[in-house]
Design a binder for this molecule. Structure first.
Ligand code: FAD
Ligand code: MG
Length: 342
């Protein structure tokens, strides 16, 4: 068992590179309801600008099409499913939903994109327009399950919901991971070998073979300090979920945006989770699932999802680490690196 008392660790990311590149191109943009940065270290400035433009354009399309409450494809799909049991879907969105359903199964239903109606009920779907408040207990129904939803048709061209209407599919728990995969693909295609994309704290690192890893400082969720440190190598995504970003406190209780589909209430037990994996979609869904799993099911759900590197901090400040994650944290410290504030 890898639980130990936490006095200096973790969560919500900040980062810096190990070595200073001769020329770094840096683009900041607002997308997916958060700030994003694209840093390209090894391309001439004009090429870096071109690829950053491509990424910005791609992210703006995904931002429109994957937002459950927007005017793009997923918003339209949800509006159709409000009173229909099936709807057409594009290959890209269909495959993302299909993957989400597989991860729902692997996580024992803890990650489930059908939480959309509950996320909306709690008011966490849009930080700008919705006053966030605790809904009446009788309105909180734990029917947020995608069981009965399937992606069918030739090339997965249809979403079918068996036996009910009104499902709201919310990909907020996996979309940033999927977008990071797209960014990495675009960067590699443009010949970038050293780059970092950070979507509101979820990031992916590209490093040249044998080149220095990125040093990722992980912030304490309850304080303005960084103590955890890991090194991210080529293709690794570092993804965090927690109760410290979209939340409100009421009657000395914290209500946050990660909903336990079984109860309909914000998950209890975990304060923050960080997952590292070469599959950014998996890392994103897993971080959300492990928040719901809490410390009791942390090791079991990590294993079921095939996640080797994960860390969880619970309400009392106890840190839970998978064996591989523990080795990485120790390794980073052994190398004498110092955490760097954002
Ligand atoms: P994660 O832990 O990765 O995901 C948590 C989010 O997943 C929740 O916010 C909820 O949406 C969903 N979720 C909750 N519980 C579960 C569960 N058990 N299983 C599966 N999913 C769950 N926010 C705005 O305020 N304005 C915007 O314009 C806006 N645009 C967006 C556009 C896109 C394409 C996306 C994907 C998100 C957008 N958001 C926007 C933010 C979004 O509503 C979420 O807050 C955000 O995705 C949370 O991501 P995270 O990485 O912080 O947390
Ligand atoms: Mg997630």
């Amino acid at each position: 068992m890898n639980a130990r008392s936490l006095f200096l660790l973790v969560f919500a990311l900040s980062l810096t590179a190990c070595s200073q590149p001769t020329e770094t191109y840096d683009r900041t943009l607002y997308t997916f309801g958060t700030l994003a940065t694209v840093q390209i270290y090894d391309l001439p400035r004009d090429e870096a600008i071109e690829i950053a433009d491509q990424i910005e354009l791609r992210l703006s399309v995904l931002n429109r099409d994957w937002y459950a409450w927007g005017d793009g494809e997923l918003g339209q799909l949800n509006r159709t499913l409000a009173d229909a049991e099936q709807a057409p879907v594009s290959d890209l969105l269909g495959s993302l939903i299909k993957r989400s359903l597989e991860l729902r199964d692997l996580s024992g239903g803890r990650f489930d994109p059908a939480v959309g109606s509950l996320v909306e009920l709690w008011g966490f779907h849009d930080s700008k327009t919705t006053p966030v408040r605790k809904p009446a207990d009788q309105d909180i129904r734990s029917d947020g399950s995608t069981l009965g939803v399937s992606v069918t048709g030739e090339n997965g061209s249809q979403i079918v919901v068996t036996g009910r209407t009104g499902i709201v599919i919310d990909l907020g728990g996996i979309a940033k991971g999927a977008a990071l995969a797209e960014c990495a693909r675009l960067l590699r295609a443009a010949g970038a070998r050293r780059a970092l994309v950070n979507l509101g704290g979820d990031l992916i690192a590209l490093t040249e073979e044998g080149g220095p890893e990125f040093r990722i400082g992980i912030q304490n969720p309850r304080a303005e300090d960084i103590a955890g440190l890991i090194l991210a190598s080529d293709g690794e995504a570092v993804v965090s979920s927690g109760d410290y970003e979209r939340f409100f406190d009421s009657d000395e209780q914290r209500f946050h945006h990660i909903i336990d589909p079984e109860t309909g209430y914000p998950s209890a037990g975990a304060v923050a989770v960080t997952v590292i994996d070469k599959d950014p979609l998996l890392a994103d869904a897993a971080a959300t699932a492990l928040m719901v799993a809490g410390p009791d099911a942390f090791y079991l759900v990590s294993k079921d999802l095939g996640i080797e590197n994960a860390a969880l901090i619970d309400q009392s400040g106890t840190l839970y680490l998978t064996d591989a994650m523990q080795a990485r944290l120790v390794d980073a410290r052994a190398r004498g690196d110092e955490a760097v504030l954002p």
